[in-house]
Design a protein around this ligand. Structure first.
Ligand SMILES: C[S@@+](CC[C@H](N)C(=O)[O-])C[C@H]1O[C@@H](n2cnc3c(N)ncnc32)[C@H](O)[C@@H]1O
Length: 413
């Protein structure tokens, strides 16, 4: 087969399965979205029967020796780096359930050591998700900040207690923090737009933590609506604000970070471009002190066709290529993610019960894992495959939903 050079859009490494040492297989596969393997070969490209396959040996694949040597060296260097690296100690003032922190920890370079969360249920989940040594403060991030600043300044301050009365550990000192991560609530969903919305001002809390701790590196995540936030806007009506500085929130954050001597990069990203089975656009700012390399945003690993104007792309970084068909993988669908969970139809479930579907420790999967996503989800055993959120519904409203879904031919699973 001949491929015109102009059709090539990137490099992939394709090895015979037999040539990858079993012990290193998962590490090798997950170390780059451009790593692929082939297990079987067929006599021709027009495959007629599965039993015509034969296992490929290392010598069956033509490979570029120079590229393979370079790639193997890179993988070895990454392994050595992760073995010897001193983990960056991270602080998250808006911990939620700890998902952002967990994701960063998966890089192998970060350990979330301190995190704050105001909501008791979220803080309990966070404790459950985080490692034992992570200090979780069930408190308001503003109260924690004041407590940390006053304690650090040597003032005589009373110990803090969490919302359910538990004594909280001492706040983090600046020298305890290398990294600040923060994903904040800045929702535009509320129809009552407020010019002076406290939730929007939480960014001031994050910037104050940066001022206090002077970390080497920061990453902030926010909803796309953050970009529509206009500084100095006026409350025109109950539902509407007007005037103010366009992109005011963004300009303010960049100005504050530059004043605190950070290099900065920012971008809008689509979660589906990175192998998440959902479509979710988020705005990210990364910042690093001079002397600390400012990370590039990663290129999409998954192709996802949603047309989305990512007009603000990373500043002075590499262009983030989102054209469908240019990433090495197809997007992960909901079916890819959960087709192995037992299916049920919520229209025929017991309406008096607290939830639909099955639950209990005896539950089994519908079928063996069909892809690496499903395999990965099973790495940590779960005592119950069916997790549910207890959302109180008005009965009439639930019926309306079910009628609408039925007429649309939708059955939930
Ligand atoms: C967008 S969520 C963060 C999600 C988090 N990054 C994660 O991965 O789970 C924002 C969180 O900030 C919490 N929050 C809001 N105001 C707060 C405050 N004043 N102090 C501490 N936490 C607060 C909310 O309860 C919510 O869980």
């Amino acid at each position: 087969m001949t491929v015109p050079l102009t059709d090539l859009i990137g490099l992939c490494y394709v090895y015979a399965h037999a040539s990858i040492p079993t012990a290193d297989f998962d590490t090798w596969l997950s170390s780059s979205p451009r790593h692929f393997f082939v297990k079987y070969g067929f006599p021709s490209l027009h495959v007629r029967r599965w039993d015509e396959r034969r296992k490929l040996a290392t010598k069956d694949l033509l490979i570029c020796k120079e590229c393979v040597t370079k790639n193997t060296r890179e993988v070895e260097l990454t392994k050595a780096f992760l073995r010897d690296v001193r983990l960056l100690r991270a602080f998250d003032p808006f911990g939620g359930v700890g998902a952002f922190g967990l994701a960063l920890e998966q890089s192998g370079c970060v350990k979330v050591t301190h995190t704050v969360e105001i909501c008791l249920d979220a803080a309990k989940t966070l404790k459950n998700n985080a490692s034992r040594s992570t200090k979780v403060y069930n408190e308001c991030a503003n109260v924690m900040l004041r407590h940390a600043v006053e304690t650090h300044a040597g003032h005589d301050v009373e110990d803090l207690r969490s919302i359910d009365g538990e004594r909280l550990p001492a706040p983090p000192k600046p020298e305890d923090i290398d990294y600040i991560l923060a994903g904040q609530s800045h929702s535009m969903l509320n129809m009552y737009r407020k010019a002076n919305d406290l939730k929007r001002n939480l960014i001031l809390n994050v910037l104050s933590w940066v001022d206090y701790a002077d970390p080497k590196i920061c990453i902030f995540e926010n909803v796309r609506g953050f970009l529509s936030f206009r500084l100095k806007a006026r409350q025109a009506t109950e539902h509407r604000i007007e005037g103010g500085i366009e992109l005011g929130g963004l300009k303010f954050v960049l100005r504050a970070m530059i004043d605190m001597n950070y290099q900065i990069r920012f971008a809008l990203h689509q979660a589906a471009h990175y192998g998440t089975p959902q479509t979710r656009v988020r705005f990210f700012v990364i910042a690093a002190k001079p002397g600390t390399p400012l990370p590039e945003f990663p290129q999409p690993s998954h192709s996802f066709p949603e047309a989305d104007s990512l007009r603000i792309s990373s500043t002075r970084g590499k262009y983030i290529r989102t054209t469908p068909g240019t990433a090495p993988h197809q997007f992960v669908s909901i079916d890819d993610a959960i087709s192995d969970l037992l299916r049920f139809d919520w229209l025929i479930c017991d309406a008096a019960g607290p939830f639909c579907g099955f639950h209990g420790p005896e539950l089994e999967y519908e079928h063996p894992p069909r892809n690496s996503f499903q395999r990965q989800c099973r790495r940590k055993e779960s005592p119950d495959l069916q997790h549910y959120a207890d959302v109180p519904f008005e009965k009439g409203r639930a019926n309306k939903h079910s009628e609408a879904d039925e007429s649309a031919g939708i059955s939930a699973f």
